[in-house]
Design a protein around this ligand. Sequence first.
Ligand code: URA
Length: 182
Amino acid sequence: MTKSGKLQVIASRIARCKECKAGKSGLPVPGEGNPDADIVFLGEAPGKNEAATGRPFIGRSGQLLRKHIREAGLTEEDVYITSPVKYLPDRGTPTKQDIRHGKIHLSEQLAVINPKIIVLLGATAVYAMLERTEPIMKSHGTIIKEGERTYFITLHPAAVIRFPKYAPLMRQDFEKLASLIS
Ligand code: URA
């Protein structure tokens, strides 16, 4: 089966998964992009726009993320964009259990895509992949190698929208990311 076919099988499992849906609403948002992507961007959980359409990062945060992706010299078709939590949490923020459960599906997706680098957008993505909390304001812009995977930590775009003073930090991180991949 092609990588794209394997990702579709995982997406249909997510669409049927009762545990994923518990305490959440809207359409499943499995992720989208290139099944052969060298870079995966990992967020937190879908917001209202994403839950209404089934597409990741299409709201305000998504526009900011996608702008940075383009400015890093990539196209949205080159990368894969997803989140550890696949449905909109009723309370807005996912619980640790939501993140731990979502990781089951996420790990399957990553095993298919096998990216060279996983960009962790904020604390939820860090918790999902590294299973620990990291002070993002200290660890952003750093590369972490763990097991077979390479991670790059940066801010979640929603944090930058909320606190515009962080915008230069995200810009610098993406410049660094651009130099890493060129
Ligand atoms: N924020 C996320 O973390 N993921 C999305 O898909 C949308 C907003």
